[in-house]
Every structure is written in C-alpha cells, then in structure tokens.
Design a protein around this ligand. Structure first.
Ligand SMILES: Cc1cc2nc3c(=O)[nH]c(=O)nc-3n(C[C@H](O)[C@H](O)[C@H](O)COP(=O)(O)OP(=O)(O)OC[C@H]3O[C@@H](n4cnc5c(N)ncnc54)[C@H](O)[C@@H]3O)c2cc1C
Ligand code: SF4
Length: 470
C-alpha cells in the first residue's frame, strides 16, 4: 500500500549538483550521492498506480512502483532484488538514462512533477555490493559475444547465469563499450563498470580484450551474439572539412576518457581554444562538458533544428510519450552558447581551421535550407562533429542504415548468429541496449536447448512509446 499523500506532501527534489566552479576543475560525477531520507521521501511520492504507465515507458519493464514502495518502507535489500529482476545494471541506467519512465509517470500530467524514479534506482544500486550468482549446473554449450557495451554485458550475464560458457570479445583494451570510452567520467565514474565486471567474472564470464573480430570464422562457439554497437561516426563533406582541427566527437571523447583513466596526453584538446560543437544532442553535450574541463576559451554548440519548447506540446507528443522539449544537461549550466536553427556552410582556414561560415536554416524533410542574408563567420580553432552514427561493423550483411537485420528471434541471416543493442537498433540508449541484450540472450538460450526460459522484455520490432499517426 503506497503513501496516498506522498505526492501532496513532497515536491520532486534531486540532490544539489556539485557547484560548477568546483566540478569543472575535476572529472568526478556531477551529482553527489543522495541522502537516504531524500530518497525515501521521493519514493513516497509514487502512487502505485493501478495502471503504472512508467512501466510502458521503460523498455526493461522495471517494476518501478514495487521498488519505490520497498524504499519508502526501508526494505532496501528487497528493492535491489526487485530492481535486478528486470535490469542487470541499474547503476548505469540510474545515472545515465534519460528516463522515458519519468516522461510516462502519471504524476507528470498537469502541474505536478514525475516521481524521481532514476534517483531512487541509482540510490538502491549504489547501496550494496553485487553478489555473484554463478550457475550451479553447466550446459556444456558456449557463446561468443562480440562487443562489451551494455548489450553484450547484459546478454553475457544472463547466459552465464543460465549455465552457458560465455566469452566476450572486445577490440578495445578495456571492457565497457561506450560506457568506458564514450561517456565522460563526470556522468559515469568508471569504477562503477569495474565493480560490475568483477561480478560477471565471478559468474564465469571470460573477457578477451584487444581482439578485433573481422570475420565470424575467427570464432568457434555454439552461438554468437553481435553486440558491436553503432560506432561508425557520421561525417560531413562541407567545404573545408579536411582542414586540421576538425574531428569526430568520439575521437575527442575517447582521448579524454583515456586521459582520465591512464593520464595519457590527448592530441585533441580544447585547452585555450574556441571550440565549436556541431550537433545539439547528448554526444555534443558530453563534448561541451569535456571542453570546459580542458579549459576551452569559448564553446559554441550548433544545432540545425529550432529551439524546442520547454514544456511538452500535448498536440504533438501527448503524455505518456517521450516529448520533444529543450533538454538542459548539467554540462549546459557549466557555460557555452547554444545556437539553434543554423548550419555550417564552410570551414575557413589555410591549413588549420580558424572559423566557420554558418547561416540560419529551415529544416524540411530533414534537409536544411539556408535562409538568404543570414551568413556570418564565427571563430573556431577546434571543431567537433557530433552529428550521429552511421552503423556497425559488417560481420554479416547490413541494412542500408548500417545496422544488422534479424528475425523475430534476434537471429541474423547467418544461423546461430544473433544481434542486440545499437548494432541492431542504430544509435540509441543504454536502457534499450540492456533490454535487447536480455531478450537476445533468451533467444540464444532457447536456440541452445537450455531448460526453461529467460526474460525477454522487448522484441526486435519494439519501439519507444509514440503517438499514433494522425
Ligand atoms: C558520447 C555518448 C554519450 C552517450 N550518453 C548516453 C547517456 O547518457 N544515456 C544513454 O542512455 N545512452 C547514451 N549514449 C548511447 C549509449 O552509450 C549506447 O546506446 C549504448 O552504449 C549501446 O550499447 P551497445 O552495447 O549496443 O554498444 P556499445 O556500447 O557501442 O559497445 C559496442 C562495443 O563493441 C566493440 N566492437 C565493435 N565492433 C567490434 C569488433 N568487430 N570486434 C570486437 N569488438 C567490437 C566496440 O569496441 C564497443 O566496445 C551515449 C552515446 C555516446 C556516443
Ligand atoms: S506512473 Fe509514476 S506514480 Fe504511477 S506507479 Fe509509476 S512511478 Fe509511481
């Protein structure tokens, strides 16, 4: 039974972010841990709705009202059990998920604010050590997983616990995929990944780093899962693109994460530079936070789309769908300028970029049309392209989008080879990667003749909640 008055007594509150002048001098996470009393108070705002729409927003089907009430009543250990029943890695989603569950929360209708679901989630996950749950019985079947991002790791844990011998192949020198070398430490300190990897290793998962799988013939397993992400960065052919000082965002972020992890000196640095980030999304926001920590002279983030509204447009994106609204990440309060409805016409410079000629644009059918008479030049000595991703490695035939097609059981056109995560869906979210990893693991388990069934929260055709076309 929930607290019927919780949401009347308490407003939505999150712990205060660390002050900007302090946090841009280090790489630590922006949010400090929340006090237990705050988390319990926030959990008590949940109404345990008869139809919990938060479930529909979450691809994992997280049992949100259950663990909200367990936290409210102080049963944190049961809350962790409930959380882990649907989500292998709540410490990642609790920190990083944009929270479609909160967009779908019933309390978000009208003037009230949704339950702080993510905050409750991460607080539960951070409270405990993760006890390994090795399988008592071995199946004698082996699975090779290519790629160690959240999709590969979720599948690895599910399959190892079901008794299969699991080996994860990763071409990087560390396990974690974009969690390790894409997402900056100020969003996710890397000890959280290491903590989870210790559990997976104790459950029998074998990690082989520095292995670039270029052909399936390299692998000898009863089944293979491709969880290779969608890491091929999208580029532009705008005049001047080949000038020095213009880079794909991921190159900048990877070098920065390696600097934080190993002290390596990045060759791409924002220190003392006028930085222009092209692309208004999450990757661009991560570059913004990194640029400030590296000591940029100025940072400008360009977006070809117009300034979104600050509140949900019920006509366009009715509750409980994911709304198109202005998203302000903590990196945005650290400085920099955001410019909307503009596109680059030319990169200017002799051998190095020194400026950008841009103009206002109107986007029609995804094509940006310049507005005559709006051209101007802004200074730029480091340009970062954060305009999306163009697909994955071609280990099997790909779609036109550069992704791996599959049947309803996640199996590709090559028998015994399955796919999950961004490699299948295209660049997406951690929560979808975990959900697809779990679902593909369920299909692999069935393919291998495993006893019983594993949970499959999504199908390859699953999509985020959206309004029906008019
Ligand atoms: C900068 C950035 C920030 C992001 N921030 C967020 C966020 O805050 N919240 C959120 O929900 N999502 C975020 N995302 C998206 C999220 O990180 C991805 O959706 C998610 O990591 C996809 O998981 P995955 O397991 O499918 O692939 P990935 O995490 O991309 O992992 C794929 C792994 O496969 C390896 N690999 C690829 N090919 C081979 C091969 N041939 N042989 C061996 N290994 C191979 C790669 O090296 C990589 O380690 C962000 C993405 C980026 C780029
Ligand atoms: S929709 Fe919101 S209030 Fe209702 S059960 Fe889910 S989290 Fe609780």
């Amino acid at each position: 039974m929930p607290d019927p008055n919780g949401f009347l007594r308490f407003d939505r509150r999150l712990p205060a972010r660390r002050p900007v002048p302090v946090r841009i001098r280090d790489w630590k996470e922006v949010y400090p841990p929340a006090p237990e009393s705050l988390v319990a108070e926030q959990a008590s705002r949940c109404m345990d709705c008869g139809i919990p729409f938060c479930h529909d927003g979450c691809p994992l089907g997280n049992r949100i009202p259950d663990w909200n009430d367990l936290v409210r009543t102080g049963n944190w250990d049961f809350a962790l059990e409930s959380l882990h029943a649907t989500n292998n890695f709540p410490e990642f989603t609790g920190r990083l998920c944009p929270a479609p569950c909160e967009a779908a929360c019933v309390l978000g209708i009208g003037q009230t604010q949704p339950v702080a679901i993510k905050q409750v989630e991460v607080s539960i996950a951070d409270r405990f050590d993760f006890t390994p749950q090795p399988s008592a019985a071995r199946s004698g079947r082996s699975v090779g997983i290519v790629g160690s991002g959240p999709a590969g790791l979720a599948a690895a844990q599910q399959l190892a616990r079901a008794g299969h011998d699991v080996t994860v192949y990763e071409r990087d020198d560390r396990i974690g995929g974009l969690l390790r070398y894409g997402i900056p430490d100020f969003k996710l300190e890397k000890h959280h990944i290491d903590r989870r990897l210790s559990q997976l290793q104790a459950e029998g998962v074998v990690f082989r780093t520095g292995v670039n799988v270029t052909s399936l013939a390299q692998l000898s397993h009863d089944a293979v899962l491709l969880a290779t992400g969608a890491l091929i960065g999208r580029d532009v052919d705008t005049p001047g693109r080949r000038l020095d000082g213009i880079h794909l965002a991921m190159d900048h972020l990877t070098q920065s994460n390696r600097h934080v992890a190993f002290g390596e000196t990045p060759s791409i640095t924002a220190a003392g530079k006028h930085v222009v980030i092209i692309g208004g999304g999450d990757t661009g926001a991560d570059c913004l936070g990194v640029a400030h920590r590296q000591g940029a002279a100025s940072v400008t983030q360009l977006d070809r789309y117009p300034l979104p509204p600050t509140t949900r447009d019920e006509g366009r994106d009715p509750w409980p769908t994911w709304p198109w609204i202005l998203r302000n990440y903590p990196a945005h309060e650290e400085g920099g300028e955001r410019v909307f409805a503009v596109a680059v016409q030319e990169f200017i410079g002799d051998s190095r970029v020194t400026g950008i000629r841009l103009s206002d644009v109107v986007v029609e059918n995804r094509v940006a049309k310049p507005v005559p008479g709006t051209e101007r030049v802004i200074p730029a000595d480091l340009v970062l392209l954060a305009i999306g991703f163009a697909g994955t490695d071609p280990l099997v035939p790909l779609t036109q989008r550069g992704t791996v097609p599959c049947g309803p059981d996640w199996q590709t056109s090559t028998p015994g080879v399955f796919v999950a995560g961004d490699a299948h869906r295209g660049a997406s979210l951690i929560v979808w990667a975990i959900a697809e990893g779990r679902a593909a693991a369920a299909s692999i388990h069935a393919y291998l003749g495993g006893a019983g069934s594993l949970p499959a929260p999504v199908s390859p055709a699953s999509r985020p909640l959206a309004a029906a076309p008019q």
